[in-house]
Design a protein around this ligand. Structure first.
Ligand code: F3S
Length: 779
């Protein structure tokens, strides 16, 4: 195959400044006594704002030092980062930035109709984003252009760079050998205002890959397998750096899938050394100049680990031994090898059927994925698998509704040109708009609305109610090829590697392992030019950014008040709103689906605060106790209503939460909303990284139990007071923090706590939020 590339683009704004990075790396090497460095360290340290300050002393950096980083690019998905940037008062972004409209397109009947409906129903938000982009010189990718992470991989990502996106699946871009870190919207605002962004230096896990994927095993199976090994917490505070021969025989887009789902184990990000397949992908996507510059940087040792670099842990995986894996339901780390999946279903007593297959999303909609599934469709069609059972849309092929979300206009157009779309549709697939769709709950599902059922997806996340809003839907994650092959059976126990299907003529048919092409032999076609923004537009400061005063979708952000305004260095007395039990992801704290339309309107979206969280006192969902209720008010109510009562009384409050609180999406509203209602402190058994930082950014103090068993010693209605925060704020290095709890009975106990607040983060807390602090520094 010739892999005819797209014409070369002007790459001046997307090529990393390699000579400056290599030069800074030289400075860093001296500071670290020339010890061998991992690739992740090289990329991080070469983006330090001030290496002398961050690496002072050259001692233990990983897991200890706070790094002040300056990224090269920001991409963002929705209004919240934009609204925060606007309130910082600058005229243009300090680094190249793009906006992407991918979350608000609801999947219903198919791409064109869904997109048109979404443009009408979300016009106000899209117009706001477009006008803000024009005003500040931001590249605007409108609705239908694609999913942010696929667009970033196709257009902006480059080996060795550091970039931020306020979304947890940002690491997808790591498939091109860079560090792409999912952050909160307020962190993105740091980068957009040129403020160095702080990260506690992560530990680095080396994932050593040998062998080669074969048969039905795909890169998705590698990460599903690894998620099972590491669990949803295994990557916390760590970067996954892959190395070894098994990296070099995988496609760039396959590596992106692996990096994408590093988010599922909580990793800060994932990366790989620069490979010839990355080079080929850059050239195929019109970025020859980036490839040539990366070649040069690689020859100077920048784009791979040094010989002898040490990892904090090494995990060995032989790709030749991997088999397809299916993860779920309800958590991405419950991994079952395909060969055992049928018996797993039987043991659980679940029905041997599933009700929909969904492929695509930012995780798995590469050309390789799509041509592989088309190969299976062709095999099935060729064999005469023609039974129609489920829907008027389908006349042949799959046994369950089968939906496909292309990741970008480029993928969609190339699929169409190469008749991949036609092949999928001919077996019953419905191709949706180039957007997140069902992956983020934007799925107008008409069947199974409130009943037990199972779905198979090639997406990355499977928390309850994530895709269709039905908490009873069991969501299993698998590779696109396994989802597709199983869709021809409709049974969860069907193993396409070993099992046969019965054809209408009574004969049996077995799929051959699928084969796809990583790059299109006729090259990519970009598709409709209207979907592409002008690169690096000049700001147009006269542009009016319109927010109607009575808007239900957009609302300007009011700065949060400082909690220390009376001159005290301890937080005011806080009342405990509730003790949250068990898994509490950002989806539990701020649900997606229909709520996404309010992402630009903090008052309206806050009505969903913690509505799927479980109260540890009583075990009920969305129930909180109001011990100070008025006679006219019920003593228990929904969580948002009780939080609103606290706010109306001027009563600041605290939450007590369980392990890995805030895992999942980078959803910033999960921090903005509690703060909006008056939350000042959250005490956890442990926090997920992005969410913990988001809380700090919005002026909420996150604290950890020193002893996890103390979790159940604080109850709703208790008064909690910090002791020792003043010492931290005064800069006393070894200040200890604890909390004094006054129970409703009057009994007083003290509970030791831990914190991860850096000196800068303490300044945000004092100012009321990071944005307040940035604004004060700019005056
Ligand atoms: Fe990706 Fe969009 Fe789903 S960014 S994870 S496809 S919500």
């Amino acid at each position: 195959a010739s892999h005819a590339p797209l014409p070369e683009k002007d790459c001046s704004s997307i090529t990393p400044p390699y000579s400056a990075l290599v030069k800074k790396l030289g400075q860093v090497r001296k500071l670290l006594n020339n010890r061998p460095l991992t690739l992740a360290e090289k990329i991080l340290y070469s983006h330090l704002h001030d290496p002398e300050k961050s690496l002072a002393g050259g001692g233990q950096i990983r897991g200890e030092a706070y790094l002040q980083l300056s990224p090269q690019r920001v991409a963002m998905q929705d209004a919240s980062a934009q609204l925060q940037f606007m309130s910082a008062g600058l005229g243009k972004c300090a680094v190249p930035t793009s906006i992407h409209c991918d979350h608000l397109i609801q999947a219903s009947t198919g791409a064109d109709a869904d997109l048109q409906r979404s443009i009408v129903s979300n016009k106000e938000v899209f117009d706001f984003l477009e006008s803000a982009a024009r005003k500040y010189g931001i590249e605007f990718w409108g609705p239908g252009s694609g999913i942010i992470h696929q667009i970033v991989l196709e257009n902006y990502a480059a080996p060795g760079m550091l970039m931020f996106v306020p979304d947890s699946h940002t690491p997808n871009a790591g498939g091109l050998g860079l560090l792409a870190i999912g952050v909160g919207g307020a962190d993105a605002v740091d980068a957009m205002t040129g403020t160095p962004w702080e990260l506690k230096a992560p530990n680095i896990v080396g994932v050593h890959l040998t062998g080669k994927l074969s048969g039905w095993a795909t890169p998705k199976d590698l990460i599903l397998h690894l998620a099972g090994k590491l669990t949803v917490r295994g990557g916390t505070g760590r970067i996954l750096e892959y190395f070894g021969p098994g990296v070099f025989n995988q496609s760039c887009t396959g590596l992106a899938t692996v990096a994408n789902m590093g988010a599922e184990v909580g990793a800060t990000t994932s990366t790989f050394p620069y490979t010839s397949n990355m080079r080929a992908y850059l050239i195929a996507t019109g970025r020859g100049p980036v490839a040539r510059a990366a070649d040069e940087a690689a020859s100077q040792g920048f784009l791979s680990a040094d010989e002898g670099a040490e990892y904090d842990e090494v995990i060995d995986i032989n790709l030749s031994e991997l088999e397809p894996t299916i993860n779920g339901p309800f958590t991405p780390d419950l991994a079952t090898p395909l060969s055992k999946f049928g018996s797993f279903i039987k043991e659980q007593g679940w029905k041997d059927e599933f009700s929909a297959g969904l492929i695509g999303s930012c995780t798995n909609s590469s050309y390789e994925d799509m041509t592989s599934v088309a190969d299976l469709a062709r095999q099935a069609k060729g064999a005469g698998l023609t039974t129609k059972v489920h829907t008027s849309i389908s006349t042949i092929g799959v046994q369950v509704p089968f939906l496909c979300t292309p990741g970008s206009e480029q993928i969609r157009a190339t699929m169409e040109r190469d008749r991949v779309t036609e092949t999928l549709e001919s077996v019953g697939a419905v191709v949706l708009a180039n957007a997140c769709g069902p992956c983020i709950g934007q799925w107008k599902r008409e069947d199974k609305t409130d009943e037990d059922n199972a779905i198979l997806t090639s997406f990355n996340r499977n928390f309850k109610a994530r895709n269709d809003g039905n908490r009873l839907t069991m969501n299993f994650l698998a590779s696109p090829t396994i989802v597709t092959a199983m869709a021809f059976s409709g049974k969860l126990s069907f193993n396409p590697v070993t099992d046969k299907l019965v054809l209408p003529n009574g004969e049996s048919f077995k799929f051959s392992p699928p084969s796809g092409e990583d790059l299109p032999s006729a090259g990519f076609t970009p598709g409709e030019a209207a979907f592409y923004p002008q690169p690096m537009p000049e700001p147009q400061p006269d542009t009016q950014v319109v927010i109607k005063p009575d808007s239900q979708r957009l609302e300007l952000l009011e700065p949060f008040p400082s909690l220390f305004s009376d001159g005290s260095l301890e937080l005011p007395k806080l009342k405990v709103l509730m003790r949250v039990k068990g898994k509490c992801t950002t989806d539990h704290i701020s649900a997606a689906g229909p709520w996404l339309k309010y992402k630009g309107h903090l008052t309206n979206i806050s009505e969903n605060l913690l509505i799927t969280a479980v109260n540890d006192e009583g075990g009920e969902v969305n129930v909180a106790f109001d011990h100070d209720h008025e006679p006219s008010q019920p003593p228990t109510d929904t969580i948002p209503r009780v939080a609103k009562r606290f706010k109306s009384r001027g009563q600041p409050w605290a939450l007590v939460v369980d392990d890995n609180y805030g895992e999942g999406s980078a959803r910033e509203h999960a921090a903005l909303q509690p703060r909006f209602y008056g939350c000042a402190m959250i005490i956890a058994r442990s926090f997920a990284r992005i969410h913990e930082t988001n809380l700090k950014k919005q002026g909420i103090l996150p604290l950890w139990f020193a002893e996890k068993s103390d979790y159940s010693r604080i109850n709703s209605g208790d008064i909690v007071e910090t002791i020792g925060l003043a010492g931290l704020l005064r800069g006393e290095q070894d200040a200890k923090i604890k909390v004094k709890v006054t129970r409703r009975s009057g009994e007083v106990v003290e509970i030791p706590l831990k914190h991860t607040m850096s000196s800068d983060q303490l300044k945000w807390l004092q100012a009321g939020s990071a944005l307040n602090y940035i604004r004060s520094q700019m005056m």
